[in-house]
Write a protein that binds this ligand. Sequence first.
Ligand code: PLP
Length: 380
Amino acid sequence: MKEKDFATKLLHVGVEIDAHTGAVSTPIYQVSTFHQNIDQPQEYEYSRSGNPTRKALETTIAELEEGIAGFAFASGIAAVSTALLLFQQGDHILAPKDVYGGTYRLLSKVCGKWGIDHTFVDTTDLKEIEKAVKSNTKAIVLESPSNPLLKVSDLPQICAWAKSKGIITIVDNTFMTPYLQRPLTFGADIVVHSATKFLAGHSDVVAGLIATNSKKLADELYFLQNALGAVLGPQDCWLTMRGIKTLKVRMDHSQQAALKIAKALAEHPNVKAVHYPGLPEDPGYELLKGQAAGFGAVLSFEVESAALAKRIMRNVKLSAVAVSLGSVESILSYPVSMSHAAIEPHVRQALGISDGLLRLSVGLEDANDLLADLTSAMEE
Ligand SMILES: *Cc1c(COP(=O)(O)O)cnc(C)c1O
């Protein structure tokens, strides 16, 4: 049989029917321990080590990312920190200068205590990456498009280069999801997700996922998942699976609306710049078109002052003013005081994250309604 279309795969990954009852939704195995037959090994013993509801979600992410194994964690950052603890004292890790704030905090404030060193680089330029490599560089973390300026890195090129150097690539695929971009298929070793965002998709769960196609890394990640213990509970696994079923229809609507809004904002007199790789004039347009099946539903735009950015946040009625993204409702956020607050002000300025920058994650509302709300919020 031909490879299933992604829309079909979302509903039929192979775990959707409960083997014991025929239920068409995986039951929530709300349990910590399992009765053991003392004479025989068994699949489940204790829910930190394995739980059937979590297993269904882990199989789902492995299938969707075209990997061989998946792992579910209590948050996106728990997934990232587990992946970073594959490394040890004396190792060096590269990461984007504009990496997600929580990952920045882990690398700059936590990993050092474990003797793991790092350098932040501009990952949109392979030459910059090559300059930053050291003899002890063991991994590179990548995010494309980046947050909040939506800069695109050439993932196939960097993954191929890293492979030739024996450097492990860890791609945070939160913004694109496996519907739009599948890094393992172009050579990445590990994909991490904040499933809190588009995958779960309803602002009602905090969750993280990992997928890999390496048996060796899968064994190490499983060991660490159990050893560190930041696992996702069965109820939240179920909610995440429920969200994933509608990923394609949600993303289709939201990215179409995002393009419409990006185009209109680019024409607006109060908007200095729009960052959305779906705009043909965006520097990332061609590159993203070549490595992803769409441009996603997150954009950012700059207004002339912090005062105007704040006025917009005070006046908007439809978008929630909040951290996070990738939900059914649109979310407007202010990177300076929210997602990127953990980054020192001078570093933030150097990255181009100005006081007038707003990030919009487009939800399922009508695009014209969202646009009218945003533009009227700019007025006194
Ligand atoms: C939100 C986010 C994370 C962290 O995930 P949590 O679920 O909040 O712990 C990591 N990477 C990216 C790109 C994110 O947007």
